[in-house]
Design a protein. Structure first.
Length: 249
């Protein structure tokens, strides 16, 4: 597990370096103008790397006021999704910042809700709130992006561990059921044998006027019975919905 996590971290670092050359789509819309072009490019590269490494996306949208998009910060965040390359199948996490209103909204959409739970968004809050309060936007957004990638890496590792646990439980259940079935079949066959009287001569099993002058037992063949146990599996998907986490700084 630790090896896989390290491999993920190395792959993420490589993708950060290569993202500017991979035709990155727009992951940041800085309507408030709080970032320089160099800062925006660096953040975009990290967000592009998240998109290439994990099955969901992370976006950042800034505005001078939420009124540019909606009637409050949450509504503005949902409407801001229409301005970014958001894919329903992947879901996403959007950080929306209204600079003059000093409000923000973390909008987890669709699959993004699976990766960014309420507690995960609390961690994201802690990563940027103090920086935003002091007006250090770039540091706050860098910390937010690093925290998001760490949460995704940890979620991947936890999901893998949970899957292994489920497989182990299913194997144990299958083994126990197999033992119970085998024991039940054994008992059934033994009961059949108990109902047959033991006899050394064939004429003991005959009745009526049949008379045998000579008897002999001849071994002819054996029968092997094989029982196959099949396991069925199923999978399901989720539906798109929004989960907001808003506040002030």
């Amino acid at each position: 597990m630790e090896t896989k996590t390290k491999a993920r971290a190395i792959a993420f670092a490589l993708l950060v370096a290569l993202a500017p050359f991979l035709g990155a789509k727009e992951f940041i819309r800085d309507g408030a103008g709080i970032l320089t072009q160099v800062q925006k490019d660096a953040l975009s590269a990290k967000l592009e790397s998240i998109s290439l490494t994990f099955p969901t996306d992370v976006f950042i949208v800034t505005a001078k006021s939420f009124s540019e998009y909606g009637y409050d910060t949450e509504d503005a965040a949902e409407k801001a999704l229409r301005t970014i390359p958001f894919d329903d199948r992947r879901g996403c996490l959007l950080l929306f910042i209204a600079v003059k209103d000093r409000t923000y909204d973390l909008d987890a959409v669709g699959l993004g809700q699976e990766f960014f739970s309420h507690s995960a968004r609390n961690r994201l809050e802690e990563s940027f709130l103090s920086d935003f309060s002091s007006g250090d936007w770039n540091t706050g957004l860098l910390d937010f992006t690093e925290c998001a990638s760490t949460i995704l890496m940890n979620h991947d590792a936890e999901a893998c561990a949970e899957k292994k646990k489920q497989i182990a439980i299913m194997f144990a259940i299958a083994l126990i059921v197999s033992i119970i079935i085998s024991f039940a079949l054994y008992r059934k066959e033994m009961k059949k044998l108990d109902n047959v009287a033991l006899a050394h001569d064939a004429d003991r099993y005959a009745s009526g006027s049949l008379a045998l002058s000579r008897s002999r037992d001849t071994y002819t063949h054996s029968t092997t019975r094989t029982i196959h146990h099949n396991e069925n599996s199923s999978s399901g998907g989720g539906s798109r919905s929004h989960s907001h986490h808003s506040g002030h700084f």
